[in-house]
Design a protein around this ligand. Structure first.
Ligand SMILES: [Zn+2]
Length: 172
């Protein structure tokens, strides 16, 4: 399970919607394995395929970061089919290292997607898991948590990030 480089804010793949997966084949299974390895190595609680520069609608989430494999979620073509209420907590992102923000998220979501056998999975989540689903599904829609902050906070953070994109080598 090779660990792949995580692309950072400013990389075009993070800022455009990813394509649906048409066939869940060996290449997708191998992509998911790499995503899980990369998420655990980071370490992080979630990863979306565009974060390793693959523009496909695939996400992985594990709130236990590998401590409890029963919590590992792998979803292909996930979508939020129901949302309810509001919550707001600090979020970070492996593609925006060193910065955080508190976007408004639904308190409860129902997510529908496919597992690696092509079977439909429906998950209902609250609290951190609901935020993780929203965060990762945003990634495959080309959105980062930064894009969901208030205009003032967003502009401030984007200015800082642009400066950093200019100063560092971000195109890994
Ligand atoms: Zn993220």
């Amino acid at each position: 399970m090779p660990i792949r480089p995580i692309v950072k804010y400013g990389h075009p793949v993070l800022h455009a919607p990813s394509a649906p997966v048409r066939n869940i084949d060996g290449a997708i299974a191998s992509l998911v394995n790499d995503m899980v390895a990369t998420m655990y190595a980071a370490p992080g609680i979630g990863l979306a395929a565009p974060q390793i520069a693959v523009a496909l609608r695939v996400i992985v989430i594990d709130l236990s970061v590998g401590e409890d494999r029963g919590q590992l979620i792998k979803l292909v073509n996930p979508e939020i089919v129901e949302r309810e209420g509001e919550q707001r907590h600090e979020e970070g992102c492996l593609s925006v290292p060193g910065y955080g923000g508190s976007p408004v998220r639904p308190a409860r979501v129902t997510v529908r997607g496919l597992d690696l056998d092509g079977n439909e999975r429906v998950e209902t989540a609250t609290d951190l898991l609901a935020r993780a689903f929203c965060h990762e599904i945003d990634h495959i829609d080309g959105l980062l948590f930064v894009d969901r902050l208030s205009p003032l906070k967003r502009d401030l953070l984007k200015r800082k990030l642009k400066k950093r994109v200019r100063n560092d080598d971000w195109d890994e």
